[in-house]
Design a protein around this ligand. Structure first.
Ligand SMILES: Nc1ncnc2c1ncn2[C@@H]1O[C@H](COP(=O)(O)OP(=O)(O)OP(=O)(O)O)[C@@H](O)[C@H]1O
Ligand SMILES: [Mg+2]
Length: 639
């Protein structure tokens, strides 16, 4: 790409987009397109909905049925950056939708509450940056609040203007523009200049953020601007020329004002919010009248502050003007994985990350957030929340996620935060010697960091048990599987073969027929010993076998009727049995090869093939070797 060319073109585009004209010219534009003037909620709602959404249907997708049990909208605007919080996002969009239609929400503040690192700031950030990237507004030139030009229309003509233009006119001129109209334009408002401007954080146009203020210095000039003392000598006190309308409400007019950690402020400081939301006016500094304001007010904080604030009776007035939306942590494993993938992609890490590493930390984060129940163990709960089928005694476990969710309160609002995990990932990367991290190294970092946390002992113990026991074992199982998969020559073919063979035998068994021996072509009875050797892999023995075989047949028949292809992975219980059987048959061999300190030629060759296979599936030379070494010393020790 020619950069000079790019700059040239960009400048040309900007020049074209730049509108500078008089109010009269602006009126022409509005007449052409009456959707030009827009209140702030509507602008943001349209910005979000322009990208469209997808409806997840429980009738069509098992995952949706398992996790939500109802229809969910996934908004494209948020889709690539926010994961596992679709429900909360739906609520946010609903707020904007209702507000855009002029509902009471338009006169309420949006308030996001959730645990640390649950994505509150990022959600607001997303709205702000999208405003910057995609939206522009027509504003009165030189207005400190970049106000809507239609404010110029005198009250007594508004009815006629509204009819002629097909728009509704809200709001009145700010004191600065009113002064200029009279003194610079001789009240000829049609001559007042209008400009097209972009939202900009840096230039303080339409986007403002208010951090919590020191309780001893709750100076409201941060919110509404101030009187310029140096000009007081020059002009009378009530002259707008002494005003400095540079507070957050002035800057954020027509766009969005974010109150960070809002309830860290004294309540008196927040009184402006009450009039700004309800009456759509803000106080002016000094001796001026109230000023019209139109902006989206978004605030956030965590639960401790919310509870404190809520419990004080004197806060009632503000409480009544809040739309509160809870932002939970993600509790879906696959989605949690995506959060860290996004994070890694955004940073400049170059280290290799072994397969399973991000999944391991995500399991930890999700499990730490789930509450214990006596219905299922924590790992099962995690898998169910992830929309997975969990197999128990040869059958898919029938526990509804909605029921589990109903059983506990406040789930998703405590536990390990995303930020904690991100720091652990970067620590592990920085500490890694070989530009490569694996789940075991990350586990060590997590253990160390959990030990340093200042939290209740019981909670700490629970996290450490997850890391050293529950999840560690789960990972080792997976590692063992990976190693053996790498070891089994032509794994897929062998599994498929076992599966087909098993199906042939149980078909004959269920139909009470014989089958043909593939070699001798003789008619033989189904091989009970062989069938059992598969079934016992998932704990099906004795009488249960018959039922299991019938279940498998019923499943196959239903797939056949639906014209769907079956493969060895199709039916989860049988998949597990086949896989275990395959593993069992090579377990000894692979153990010997992995463990051997000195390998003979044949063993060495097998070992090399295994490493090569692992590299094929995403390991690097280093993590493949070190995980194999770990397996040799720590797996299979009891046998
Ligand atoms: N559900 C999620 N989807 C995608 N990213 C997420 C999600 N939850 C958290 N994150 C990521 O985690 C990080 C921390 O989030 P953020 O700073 O927005 O949290 P917060 O709720 O504002 O926390 P705090 O209360 O500590 O200010 C960000 O990088 C954010 O993108
Ligand atoms: Mg934050």
């Amino acid at each position: 790409m020619d950069l000079k060319d790019l700059i040239q073109k960009d400048r040309e585009r900007k020049r074209k987009e730049k509108f500078e004209g008089t109010f009269l010219d602006y009126l022409e534009l509005v007449k052409e397109d009456p959707t030009t003037p827009k209140l702030s909620h509507k602008r943001i709602y349209e910005m979000i909905s322009r990208d469209g959404y997808e409806t997840l249907d429980p009738e069509k997708e098992v995952r949706v049925r398992n996790i939500y049990g109802e229809k969910v909208r996934v908004y494209n605007f948020f889709k690539d950056e926010f994961f596992g919080i679709e429900k909360a996002i739906e609520e946010i969009v609903k707020y904007f939708h209702a507000a855009s239609l002029g509902g009471e929400e338009a006169r309420q503040m949006l308030y996001l509450v959730g645990a640390v690192g649950s994505g509150k700031s990022s959600l607001v950030e997303k709205l702000k940056s999208a405003l910057e990237e995609r939206e522009q507004i027509y504003a009165l030139s030189g207005c400190p609040m970049h106000e809507e030009p239609l404010h110029l229309v005198p009250r007594h003509l508004r009815g006629q203007f509204e009819e002629e233009l097909g728009v509704k006119i809200d709001g009145d001129l700010c004191p600065v523009c009113r002064w200029r109209l009279v003194n610079e334009y001789d009240s000829q408002y049609e001559r007042f200049p209008v400009r097209l401007v972009s939202f900009s954080k840096r230039n303080r146009i339409g986007i403002a953020a208010v951090p919590p203020v020191d309780p001893n210095n709750q100076d409201t000039s941060v919110l509404i601007g101030s009187v310029d003392i140096s000009k007081i000598d020059k002009y009378p006190e009530d002259d707008p020329r002494v005003l400095r309308l540079n507070g957050a409400f002035n800057v954020g007019n027509r766009g969005l004002i974010e109150f960070i950690e809002i309830f860290k402020n004294e309540i008196e400081y927040l009184h402006t919010i009450i009039t700004a939301t309800q009456e759509k006016v803000i106080p002016a500094p000094g001796k001026q009248n109230l000023i019209y304001f139109d902006g989206v007010i978004v605030a956030h904080s965590n639960f401790a502050e919310w509870n404190k604030f809520k419990s004080e009776l004197t806060n009632e007035a503000l409480l009544d003007r809040i739309v509160k939306i809870e932002i939970p942590y993600c509790m879906e494993l696959d989605q949690e994985v995506r959060i860290y993938q996004k994070y890694i992609k955004k940073s400049h890490f170059e280290a290799h990350i072994a397969p399973g590493t991000i999944r391991f930390v995500s399991m930890f984060a999700v499990c730490s957030r789930l509450k214990e129940t006596n219905k299922v163990d924590i790992l099962t709960k995690m898998k169910l929340y992830n929309g997975e089928d969990v197999i128990d005694k040869g059958k898919v476990k029938k526990v509804s996620v909605q029921e589990l969710k109903r059983d506990v309160e406040g789930e998703g609002f405590s536990g390990i935060s995303t930020r904690f995990v991100m720091k652990a990932i970067s620590d592990a990367i920085v500490e890694s010697e070989h530009e490569c991290i694996n789940p075991l190294q990350l586990r060590d970092v997590l253990i160390r960091k959990v030990r340093q946390l200042t939290i209740a002992d019981e909670e700490k113990k629970r996290y450490l048990t997850l890391l050293t026991d529950t999840l560690h074992k789960e990972y080792l199982k997976e590692l063992e599987r990976e190693i053996m998969r790498a070891f089994v020559h032509a794994y897929e073919e062998q599994a498929e073969g076992l599966f087909n063979n098993y199906v042939d035998h149980i078909e004959a068994f269920c139909n009470k027929t014989k089958l043909k021996d593939p070699v001798t072509k003789e008619e033989v009875n189904p091989d009970e010993h062989f069938m059992r050797s598969i079934e016992e892999q998932i704990g099906i023995v004795g009488e249960a076998a018959k039922g299991f075989r019938q279940d498998v047949m019923a499943y196959l028949m239903s797939m056949f009727r639906k014209n769907e292809k079956v493969a060895w992975r199709s039916y989860e219980p049988l998949k597990e049995a086949v896989e275990n059987k395959l593993m069992a048959s090579v377990k000894d061999l692979s153990r010997i090869v992995t463990k051997a300190k000195i390998r003979d030629k044949e063993q060495q060759q097998k070992y090399n093939v295994m490493v090569a296979k692992m590299i094929e599936s995403g390991y690097c030379e280093h993590c493949a070797e070190s995980l194999l070494k770990y397996a040799a010393n720590n797996l299979w020790t009891t046998e």
